[in-house]
Design a protein around this ligand. Structure first.
Ligand code: GFB
Length: 310
């Protein structure tokens, strides 16, 4: 990739897409193109075809997706599978038709079997049953990997896939019904502190383990892979370290300075017990994360205090 390469970031308004734009700009890439949802609906095949024929991007990062936390995934599975399948199929096919030099598809660590051995190696894909709370999303993301693999095989295109672990960062979704755990806890502890509430409710038992990567690290890894990785196999992106949700809630509580109690809502699902990624392939390519969890949470909390969510 040259600094003048024409790079299309699909999903540039989201938490991941906006971090990709920041990272590319900081590295001097200036020929970036994007479209907001009301300009281009990626689930509409014709719109995507016209966009690619007119713009002819040289590189594509597919960070557009319907995403959400455990409750949203479990409650709206039809939307999660349909929207994601359509986006992936339309963008990947148009990228092939319009001779895109390289495409990076972003998936998720939930593609792996629920009971995978830990840490999870790339080759564990499709070796067991999926976690039921996010099966629809996982099926769509697995299909995205397979699309890249088969277009690579049949058409010899340089389409690669990366599987990030659980992400967090600025521009995250803090809606308590649809968000992931970290923004939810930040918002809950903050509001409880401000309102002098005696307790904060955490979903599930607090026993599941999760691995968290700050979104600016993820963006840096993506650009690094575009510049340095061209293999058929998808590659994991994570820190290689995980934490109990119960312990995570104590860190967030301390960062925010809330002094009340934490109680568990056992009517809410735990989801998969553990999904720690094996990041040895990523390390051997030459990339490692730099932002540790507590530091990242402090940055997000500062951002949250002056965001639209306040
Ligand atoms: O982040 P999260 O929603 O998604 O939940 P997953 C992680 C864990 O935190 C679960 C618990 O065990 C939740 O029960 N948790 C505790 C909470 N309190 C809360 C809360 O207030 N809100 C939320 N949201 N969780 C998602 C998948 O799974 O991970 C997606 O559904 C995607 O498909 C994403 O893969 C990365 O880690 O369980």
């Amino acid at each position: 990739m040259d600094k003048q390469s024409k790079i299309y970031i699909a999903g540039h308004n989201g938490m991941v897409g906006s971090a990709l734009v920041r990272n590319l700009e900081s590295k001097g890439y200036y020929n970036l193109i994007f479209r907001s949802l009301n300009e281009l609906d990626l689930t509409r095949q014709k719109e995507v075809e016209i966009f690619f024929e007119q713009e002819k991007p040289e590189y594509v990062i597919l960070a557009a997706a319907k995403v959400g936390g455990i409750y949203a995934n479990n409650t709206f599975p039809a939307e999660f599978i349909y929207d994601n399948l359509m986006i992936e199929a339309n963008v990947i096919h148009s990228a092939y038709k319009n001779k895109v030099k390289k495409l990076l598809f972003l998936g998720s660590s939930c593609i792996y079997p629920k009971m995978s051995p830990q840490p999870i190696k790339e080759e564990y894909l499709l070796t067991g049953s999926l976690e039921s709370t996010n099966e629809a999303y996982a099926m769509a993301k697995i299909t995205g990997i397979e699309l890249c693999k088969f277009y690579r095989k049949q058409y010899e295109v340089d389409f690669i896939s990366a599987m990030p672990t659980n992400l967090y960062g600025i521009n995250d979704n803090f809606n308590l019904e649809t968000s992931h755990v970290l923004p939810a806890l930040i918002r809950k502890f903050h509001e409880a502190k401000i309102n002098g509430e005696k307790e904060v409710v955490m979903w599930g038992t607090g026993n599941p383990m999760r691995e968290f990567l700050y979104v600016d690290d993820l963006a840096d890894a993506c650009i690094y892979l575009l510049e340095n990785y061209s293999k058929e196999s998808h590659i994991n992106i994570g820190t290689g370290v995980d934490i109990r949700i119960g312990d995570l809630s104590k860190i967030v509580k301390n960062v925010i300075g809330y002094e009340g109690e934490i109680v568990n809502d056992l009517t809410k699902p735990d989801g998969t017990p553990r999904k720690l990624l094996d990041v040895s392939a990523l390390h051997s390519v030459g990339w490692k994360h730099t932002i540790e969890l507590e530091e990242g949470i402090k940055t997000v909390y500062d951002w949250f205090l002056s965001s639209k969510w306040m």
